[in-house]
Write a protein that binds this ligand. Sequence first.
Ligand code: IPM
Ligand code: MG
Length: 383
Amino acid sequence: MEKYIDAAVEQFRALITEQLARQNRMEKENYKKDFAACDKIVIGVCGGDGIGPFITGQAQRVLEFLLKDEIESGRVEMRVIDGLTIENRLACGKAIPDNVLSKLKECDVILKGPTTTPKGGTMESANVAMRRELDLYANVRPVSVPELGIDWVFYRENTEGEYVLGSRGVEIPEKLAMDFKVTTDAGTKRIARAAFEYAKNNGKTSVAIVTKANIMKKTDGKFSKLCHEVAQDYPEIAADDWYIDIMTANLINENNRSKFQVFVLPNLYGDIITDEAAQIQGGVGTAGSANIGDRYAMFEAIHGSAPRMVERGDGAYANPSSMLKAAEMLLRHIAMPDRAERLAAAMRICTETEKKITVTGRSTGASCAEFADYVMDTLTKLR
Ligand code: IPM
Ligand code: MG
């Protein structure tokens, strides 16, 4: 037993040292990319696993359609990056193969299909690795259901909390297992700032700070306290404290859910509650997700790779709406709000008002390519 304890103590020391170094690096960071001032923007495209290549390929087509002029003039380059597949990851034993990572770092923004994460073992999720490697600290997930008065934006902390050491816990076989949750000052302040800045710039009047600080006293306690500190710089915006359990209930409470506007929350709670929120909007297939850092950004679906759909032979019938929402956020991020608005308008027509065809996830419905054609037809008519 002693040898396990000694090894765990050694590991814990190394983890603290490493995480402290990360916090200190973040504290010094002061670069922020300005896309409006960029001569050239490289959009990397990674298909991912399962239904990923199907839905990502269609979102890429729609982006190429919307950015035709910029691609022709060379201001925008779409660059397909192969190799971010579960087969490659398992073969090289890395969450992101080295050659893929270096190609990703040569892009400005990335459109990424869902990737498969093996359960258990030590192989880290490609998503989690990418968020860390590119320091994509703000996971922004909008959910809107206009007819129910729902217009929510979640700011999920994306690089620490329960995830940062999630593959590096401690285990004493057949006795116990421990994972670590890490909350840093710099990591919390930057996500809080992102949420309050969004609220301020978009006419929102409140931000809900969602934790379980009554139980996770150190980590969530810090998160809540620092969010309130940042809130002091935004006196016009109310900062409300909530616990995650009651907030999950509130999202399905028809009497008061429409009062919520912006949420800021630690990583794991953000992961869980945004699936719930997406379900209220019509399912995880309808929701996009932006992973934003100061240098890079990555846009994806909020759902997984649905391997069962592909095994069933229905990959080509997967719903690309989530990736199209991701593409809309990508356009906004690279300072092309006019294009983003057009795509959003076309999506509203295709999925809400006109609905000429519907993707059902089965061959009885439209294929994802047919749906993308429909979106592009609609875009042409909007012109
Ligand atoms: C998400 C996903 C990921 C997460 C998985 C695939 C690692 O559920 O983006 O919400 O847990 O963050
Ligand atoms: Mg999730």
